[in-house]
Design a protein around this ligand. Structure first.
Ligand SMILES: [Zn+2]
Length: 96
């Protein structure tokens, strides 16, 4: 896969869509975001989120005894498909 942040944001890195990024331990190898499917799964199991002042970023709140795979629990929403956003909103109880 290619991280959408690599493709859409300005930075000193390779912009080619060349499948250079991958998921490792449920985290994007480029930006560190947690995998959308994992986020949805954990919210369904009772995890909560913390919003930020950025409309593209949330934090998944891990219980104190569980270490977030990326350290912080950060989630970048540009990794979500439209369908996954709907699933996320459903899991959070925002839509039926
Ligand atoms: Zn990424």
């Amino acid at each position: 896969m290619n991280c959408p942040r690599r493709i859409n944001e300005i930075g000193p890195w390779n912009y080619q869509e060349d499948d250079s990024d991958h998921w490792k331990d449920d985290c994007c190898s480029f930006c560190g975001s947690i995998n959308p499917d994992k986020v949805i799964e954990l919210i369904k199991s009772g995890y909560t989120i913390t919003r930020t002042d950025k409309n593209y970023k949330i934090y998944l709140n891990y219980p104190s005894h569980v270490k977030a795979p990326n350290g912080s629990g950060k989630v970048y929403l540009m990794h979500f498909s439209r369908e996954q956003i709907d699933q996320l909103n459903q899991a959070l109880g925002y839509i039926a």
